[in-house]
Design a protein around this ligand. Structure first.
Ligand code: FES
Length: 236
């Protein structure tokens, strides 16, 4: 069943119960968001996607709302702008300011959001988390200093892949993503599917293969008879 909702004065017809953030995005209305990923259940933790909904008090994370008939939504206002900026500053309070040397530079969703929102500094007192980069695992690098605890990797590992190797751990006052008893991924039954690295919006969990420069080859490799898509006509 479809419902008609209004976002920023635009009438939209969307499936009833559709995630409001997705409804906006799919209709070309951009709402900043970080912890949301279309393939994962929503957590509503980053608070960047907040909107105002007529009849509801305060602001609401749009990723946690469902579209209902007659809903009237505002995605930007001075109040939303200020609270969104504050949410971003909280994320940045414990994030290193070394984007230019980060391996994810230019492909980091957090960096894109910082630029989109024009947040150049945080008013919070800043701290470096002080985790050592974990390069002991095959294929994946974990750099928890860059983590903003969006939880996408934990949900990808548990809810999406059904493996559940990743969890939230504590080291003194800092929360980080790791395995039970900080086991190596190889000892923690990780399947190395790479979903965690794929959904990570920052340079925190990185796929080693992705960051290894691929040598360009002049010659193409012909397809093999063992390939399911092989035909007798040579294809390259
Ligand atoms: Fe909605 Fe993070 S995207 S709270």
């Amino acid at each position: 069943m479809s419902v008609t909702i209004e976002i920023d004065g635009r009438q939209l017809t969307v499936p009833e119960g559709m995630n409001l953030l997705e409804a906006a995005l799919q209709n070309g209305i951009y709402i900043p968001h970080l912890c949301h990923h279309p393939d994962l259940p929503d957590l509503g933790s980053c608070r960047l996607c907040i909107v105002e909904v007529e009849g509801m008090e305060g602001v609401q994370p749009s990723c946690k709302l469902k579209a209902t008939e007659g809903m009237k939504v505002t995605t930007d206002s001075p109040r939303i702008h200020d609270l969104r900026k504050l949410a971003m500053e909280l994320l940045l309070a414990a994030h290193p300011e070394d984007c230019s040397t980060c391996p994810k530079y230019g492909r980091c969703e957090l960096q894109t959001l910082i630029q989109y929102m024009g947040v150049s500094a945080t008013r919070m007192s800043t701290r470096i988390k002080g985790f050592a980069q974990n390069s002991k695992n095959p294929l994946l690098i974990h750099d928890m200093n860059r983590c903003v605890l969006c939880g996408r990797c934990v949900r990808a590992c548990g809810d999406l892949r059904g493996v559940g190797v990743l969890q939230y751990n504590k080291k003194e006052l800092e929360t980080y993503v790791g395995t039970l008893h900080d086991k190596l991924l190889t000892d923690a039954d990780c399947r190395f599917c790479g979903a965690c690295a794929e959904v990570c919006p920052t340079g925190t969990i990185r796929d080693l293969v992705e960051f290894t420069p691929v040598e360009k080859k002049d010659t193409l490799i012909p397809c093999q008879a063992t390939c399911p898509a092989h035909t007798d006509v040579p294809r390259y």
